[in-house]
Design a protein. Structure first.
Lengths: 490, 487
């Protein structure tokens, strides 16, 4: 509906401080702040390059001049993304891209650092070893391309609402695909059936499904808002929803349980349910949904714990990491974090590779060991800042669908960080989720770039000066009007 | 929708705060417990990733860390002449932990001590690799080597402790049998395990630091304390007449207490106290103990250090007189039999106190701790534990010990140096050869070295062993090494 009407405006909007100055038009009063973004990107590049230099100093992995090339390449890559934003989403939030660049860059440094550790271990054991950093660089580039494509093709986020049922269907199929496919194509890796493997390529469809289902839910909830707000019976002073309105929540809940049972993935299940719950809350403004959802969650937890051995294992490893058979990974992570202490061992100074899957699930533990509590706190605050910018866009954007989508996307990323960070630090039972932008893994990285692309698009819409719906002809002041030309309006 | 969005934003903030609080708990509050957890291999690798400090004594390197080719363990602990110095250095094993100075001064050696905090910071900013601090011991390497050679060279078991009477520094602390800490510092856990099992199964506990941990019956060396207690009562002096009988009946029991070899104490019916000491007459000292009473005996023993916790810095087992239930047992205790038990360290402290005008100095092994660049971090001040007896009484006991030295055989005598000494031959069970003791200090008029030596189970002599035969030559050799700077 809105896609065609706003497209021409994009073209006419000032591309940046250089082109949009001093025209005296209404649009120039809102700065695009693309210059800020570029400066922050350069700053992120400096931090990441320094981090790589530290790794190199401590582990003597490569010639120092190489690092400069890496730094320049990194800035060039994100510089291109910056140009894409400048061209296609000029009013987008200037913090989002630099924060993502910082996380992705630091992730690359950490993965490279863990590669070195793993290579040494593999050499001692006589095993073959292939580093993960190069493919992560490839997926970073791919992710940035997809981010640009999102900006190019989704000129107005409201267009997406039109495809909401398609998104929902594709998302559900993608989510269910690894569970139903034979294990030849969807192998069971580390107890979870989440991957699809086609030749050398493997990916987690759940990462894509997350975004598609978010779009579906946002659109669905906006169109059916009144359903959820219709009061049912009053019970103990609380307005309970009508029983039949519970259906969407129950479906989401059942789907989450299905994921746990069929794909054996607690993290994804928790993530989906949490997102649905919060989106219903945002759409209806009624806290009773949270209460209902949490009761269902508690019941689901109890049922899963009493029925499934792998859930019991996780809980046991969480409660007794030092003694549990399956607690090795967590106890090593905790040892690493404690050894890092407040200031950390310094990049390259610790032994994060001791923890199995340090570059995937446990990359935050590696960060906490080498960068210390201070580094971990900084990372968590960067995530908070990044997702808060998403919520800020949600607050500022004018349409309900945009609000719900941006709020959902922002919350989804933070919930994912909470679940995995809480898992590796022993706050909650460990579940296999990736750390957005930081952890090694192509699907997660690419998926999160698409997510950020959408956030950039919505933030662009929220800050863009409101265009008049039709260009108004300049009316001459009434005093200068020729009286004889006055016409009666038809 | 803005109200719930704001609330969700608050919830997100709360989630991050929760994560931060938990991370603080793990990385700060629980950090020490986790770092020291037995399952934490990182702490272990950490210890092997930076060079551990050196243990040195008088310029001689006792323990040092040498670089290796191993990825996991970048340094290996090496002990020059391990078995001789093992009682002091201890061991550093990643399977079996640490002992001796390696344990007591671990924080300095590993570089984690608070006193090295500034140093660590300097190294970090100047880009130098972290390194442990060094520990300089009070040991006299020549004396230590002599002590070990004397014991192990003749294949006997026992222990020697030598102190500087004026300041309490430990000049020698040797045991036999001993162990080679190099084997426990092997980089192969299999080899460590093999060495450990051999040592644990070996007869006579080579891992035990006899000097500080083994409690021996002191035999006649305890008469120094009985004599000091008697002099303190004021009822006795250097020439006091005491019994010279070859044997006396123990009070209220049907048993005799004879002198060694059944001989009388000189030719007269009574003997002066000094002669009773010189001839080590059991009958006289048993009666003295009975006369002055259990309370006085305990009091004096305690003032020499009995029953007190002591760390030098390794812990010293407290010596004790044991329970005394009746007069007969008091008689026996007065000559260092029955339940009286002393460590070689405590016996050396008795000799040192007498040599030092009655002042007991706290024995210590660490002279100073040094930063990696050898600048002094901390040096041990000599510490007075108390005045055991008055200087006059100390002088009187010293004179008696000079007389005793004249009776203590000639083996290993040092020409031109007057020793003050007391021998002991301690029975410790039916059918077992006696332990031989010898405590001494030299030179008698200007004491620089106090020594206690014990040789277990008759040494190489068997049932006829006496302190003067088996222990005196060992101790005299150690004193000679100290006074003349060589064996």
């Amino acid at each position: 509906m809105a896609a065609t009407s706003t497209n021409p405006d994009n073209r006419e909007a000032p591309g940046g401080p250089g082109t949009g100055k001093g025209t005296g038009s209404a649009t120039s009063t809102t700065p695009t702040r693309r210059g800020t973004e570029l400066v922050l990107l350069a700053f992120a590049t400096v931090v990441v390059t320094c981090a790589l230099t530290l790794v190199n100093l401590n582990l003597e992995s490569q010639p120092p001049n190489q690092i400069l090339y890496y730094g320049v390449a990194f800035l060039a890559l994100f510089g291109l993304a910056h140009l894409a934003v400048r061209r296609w989403a000029p009013y987008a939030d200037p913090l989002i891209l630099p924060l993502v660049a910082f996380l992705n860059g630091l992730g690359l440094v950490l993965i490279h650092r863990i590669d070195i550790g793993n290579a040494a271990e593999a050499e001692r054991a006589g095993d073959a070893f292939s580093p993960a950093a190069p493919s992560q660089v490839f997926y970073t580039a791919l992710g940035l391309v997809l981010l640009a494509l999102v900006l190019v093709f989704v000129r107005d986020h409201r267009t997406l609402a039109k495809y909401s049922y398609t998104c929902g269907l594709v998302g559900l199929v993608a989510l269910a695909l690894p569970a139903v496919l034979p294990s030849m194509i969807a192998p069971n890796i580390n107890g979870a059936k989440l991957w699809i493997k086609l030749g050398p390529l493997s990916f987690q469809p759940a990462e894509l499904a997350k975004i598609l289902l978010l779009i579906f839910f946002a659109s669905f909830l906006v169109s059916k808002r009144e359903l959820f707000t219709t009061a049912g019976r009053r019970f103990l002073g609380i307005d309970l929803p009508r029983a039949r309105d519970l259906a969407p929540v129950l479906v989401a809940w059942a789907a989450s349980i299905g994921i746990v049972v069929l794909e054996r993935d607690l993290g994804t299940s928790l993530l989906f349910f949490g997102i649905v719950l919060v989106m219903i809350y945002i759409a209806t403004e009624r806290a009773v949904w949270i209460a209902i959802g949490l009761s269902l969650f508690a019941a689901g937890c109890l049922a899963a714990y009493s029925l499934f051995g792998h859930v019991q294992q996780r809980v046991d490893a969480w409660l007794n990491p030092m003694t549990s058979d399956s607690g090795y990974q967590l106890s090593e992570a905790l040892f690493g974090m404690a050894t890092g202490g407040i200031g950390g061992s310094g990049l390259g100074g610790g032994r994060p590779a001791i923890v199995p899957y340090a570059k995937n699930d446990f990359i935050l533990a590696a960060a906490a060991e080498e960068l210390g509590l201070l580094g971990l706190a900084a990372l968590l605050l960067v995530y908070l800042l990044l997702t808060a910018r998403g919520l800020r866009a949600a607050l500022a954007v004018r349409d309900s669908f945009g609000k719900l989508l941006a709020g959902g996307l922002g919350f989804a990323m933070l919930l994912q960080v909470f679940v995995i960070a809480g898992g590796v630090t022993g706050l909650i039972p460990l579940t296999g989720l990736t750390t957005p932008f930081l952890a090694a893994g192509g699907s997660s990285l690419v998926g999160n770039y698409v997510l950020v692309g959408l956030l950039l698009r919505i933030s662009d819409a929220s800050r863009r000066p409101q265009q008049p719906s039709k260009p108004q002809p300049q009316q001459p002041p009434i005093a200068e009007a020729h009286t004889e030309l006055v016409e009666r309006p038809r | 929708m803005n109200k719930p969005l704001r609330r969700v934003a608050m919830a997100m903030m709360a989630m991050i705060v929760l994560l931060l609080a938990n991370a603080t708990y793990v990385q700060v509050i629980r950090a020490d417990a986790l770092r020291n957890h037995s399952g934490n291999s990182r702490t272990l690798y950490q210890q092997y990733s930076t060079p551990r400090g050196q243990i040195i004594a008088d310029g001689k390197l006792l323990a040092s860390s040498e670089p290796t080719d191993s990825e996991r363990f970048k340094y290996k602990r090496e002990y020059a002449n391990g078995p001789a110095f093992a009682p002091a250095t201890g061991y550093f094993s990643f399977v079996y932990g640490r002992g001796g100075i390696e344990q007591a001064e671990h924080e300095v050696l590993s570089g984690t001590a608070d006193s090295l905090a500034l140093n660590r910071l300097q190294r970090m900013f100047s880009g130098q690799k972290q390194q442990g601090g060094n520990v300089e011991l009070t040991l006299n390497p020549a004396m230590q080597q002599t002590a070990y050679d004397q014991l192990a060279g003749s294949g006997v078991r026992g222990s020697v402790v030598a102190l500087n009477p004026q300041d309490g520094s430990i000049l020698a602390m040797a045991n036999s049998p001993s162990y080679d800490p190099n084997r426990l510092a092997s980089l192969s856990s299999d080899k460590q395990q093999q060495a450990w099992n051999e040592l644990r199964e070996a007869p006579r506990d080579p891992l035990v630091n006899r000097a500080t941990s083994t409690l021996y019956p002191p035999g006649s060396t305890f008469k120094l304390i009985t004599a000091a207690a008697a002099l303190e009562t004021g009822k006795y002096d250097y020439n006091s007449k005491v019994t010279a009988k070859s044997s006396i009946k123990l009070p209220k029991v049907d048993a005799q207490l004879p002198n060694y070899g059944g001989s009388t104490c000189g030719t007269m019916p009574t003997a002066p106290l000094w002669e009773a000491m010189a001839r080590s007459c059991n009958t006289a000292f048993a009666e003295i103990a009975g006369d002055i009473g259990e309370k006085k005996l305990r009091e004096t023993a305690r003032s020499f250090g009995f029953g007190q916790d002591l760390n030098v810095p390794m812990g010293v087992a407290p010596s004790s007189i044991g329970d005394i239930e009746n007069q007969a047992q008091l008689y026996q205790s007065g000559i260092g039999q029955f339940n009286v038990r002393m460590t070689p360290m405590q016996n050396a402290m008795v000799a040192a106190a007498i040599a030092n005008d009655g002042k007991v100095m706290k024995p210590h092994l660490v002279e100073k701790t040094l930063a990696p660049d050898m600048s002094v971090l901390d040096s041990t001040d000599s510490e007075e534990l108390g005045q055991a007896v008055s200087p006059d009484i100390a002088q009187t006991v010293r004179d008696m010990m000079v007389k005793a030295e004249q009776q203590a055989g000639d083996e290993g005598k040092i020409s031109g140096v007057q020793l003050a000494s007391k021998t002991g031959t301690a029975e410790h069970g039916e059918g077992k050869d006696p332990h031989g003791w010898y405590v001494a200090f030299a030179p008698a008029e200007n004491p620089q070295i106090a020594v206690a030596a014990v040789v277990e189970d008759g040494g190489n002599v068997g049932a006829d062993a006496t302190g003067s035969k088996i222990a005196a030559p060992v101790a005299r050799a150690v004193i000679r090494a100290g006074l003349q700077g060589g064996g």
